[in-house]
Design a protein around this ligand. Structure first.
Ligand SMILES: [Zn+2]
Length: 309
């Protein structure tokens, strides 16, 4: 009787393990909430998704946490922004995670930049004088819906490779995402159309893909070089340039100090607009299409109020 009970318990335990494996399916870790949102849209209930950096953090400088190593240790797939965005914090975590599946070059490592349209790729010899943080082209490429679509497609292909039994499911989810994004693009482009050519200044070089997609003209940066804090002489040059060209909008990512942008705004009567570049940058932005809904609405109303273009 005792033996039968033991066998029954063992069989029940195996069934439970089987059921939980079927439920958990692929464990995906994305370095940012933008990539996590897209992966969630494609993976649906066949994947379990975790993001490392939060959308309100500067993705170049993320404080590593022990919980990141645990997540990476159990992951089947790691999706990274690439272009050296995470170079300051991710490589050590990947080493410490001791998970062969997600090492660079392994099947469970997806660099989302490989199929994206990348701007500002340096030509010729690369030196530190070009700035610290964008040596391989601009890594903020997710800020255009057409790149969001390319990322989603790369995720769909990778998930189908890792879990071929669910390939049709992932393809269907991609088609749904694509449709939702295409509807969004029409809406966002229509909203931005009256402001085509508006000249703006941004704090960091986060917005070239966004500007390209929606017809903005970024004429200067609060940072003298990407990753280099403002200097008095650069700030003075920028103020003069903004006065000369009548620039009234300064876009600032939520994780930068507002002291210099506010000082520039006082001198130029421009407006400082804190605009999130990522999902999770503010609580209202819960997924990737909502990022554009939020930013386009914020920006168009600021341009309207500034009364300039
Ligand atoms: Zn950057």
């Amino acid at each position: 009787m005792k033996a039968v009970t033991r066998v029954t318990v063992a069989v029940a335990a195996l069934a439970l393990i089987g059921a939980s494996e079927a439920r958990a399916a692929l464990k995906v870790v994305a370095t940012t909430q933008d990539l996590a949102s897209i992966a969630r849209d494609i993976g649906g209930d066949k994947v379990q998704i975790d993001a490392l950096a939060q959308g309100y953090q500067d993705p170049h400088f993320v404080e590593p946490k022990p919980s990141f190593i645990l997540k990476l240790h159990g992951a089947n797939l790691l999706v990274v922004v690439g272009r050296e965005l995470e170079i300051g914090w991710l490589p050590a975590l990947i080493t410490q995670a001791r998970n062969a599946k997600i090492q660079p070059g392994a099947d469970g490592y997806l660099d989302a930049s490989l199929t994206a349209k990348i701007l500002e790729i340096p030509t010729g010899q690369i030196t530190r004088a070009m700035g610290d943080v964008h040596p391989s082209g601009n890594p903020h490429y997710w800020l255009s819906p057409s790149n969001g679509r390319r990322i989603a497609q790369a995720v769909q292909e990778k998930l189908s490779q890792l879990d071929p039994a669910n390939a049709a499911y992932f393809a269907q989810r991609f088609a749904d995402f694509d449709r939702r994004l295409t509807e969004g693009e029409k809406r966002w482009k229509a909203a931005m159309a009256p402001y085509k050519g508006t000249k703006i200044v941004t704090y960091h070089r986060s917005w070239p893909n966004f500007a390209d997609e929606f017809g903005l003209d970024v004429v200067g940066y609060v940072e003298p070089k990407p990753g280099i804090p403002p200097t008095p002489s650069h700030t003075l040059d920028l103020i003069n340039e903004m006065k000369r060209r009548n620039i009234k909008i300064i876009l600032v990512e939520p994780y930068f100090d507002l002291k210099t942008p506010n000082a520039i705004a006082r001198e130029t009567s421009a407006r400082v607009l804190v605009m999130p570049p990522s999902v999770g940058g503010v609580p209202e932005i819960k997924d990737y299409p909502q990022l554009f809904d939020y930013d386009v609405k914020l920006l168009t109303s600021a341009i309207r109020e500034a009364g300039t273009r």
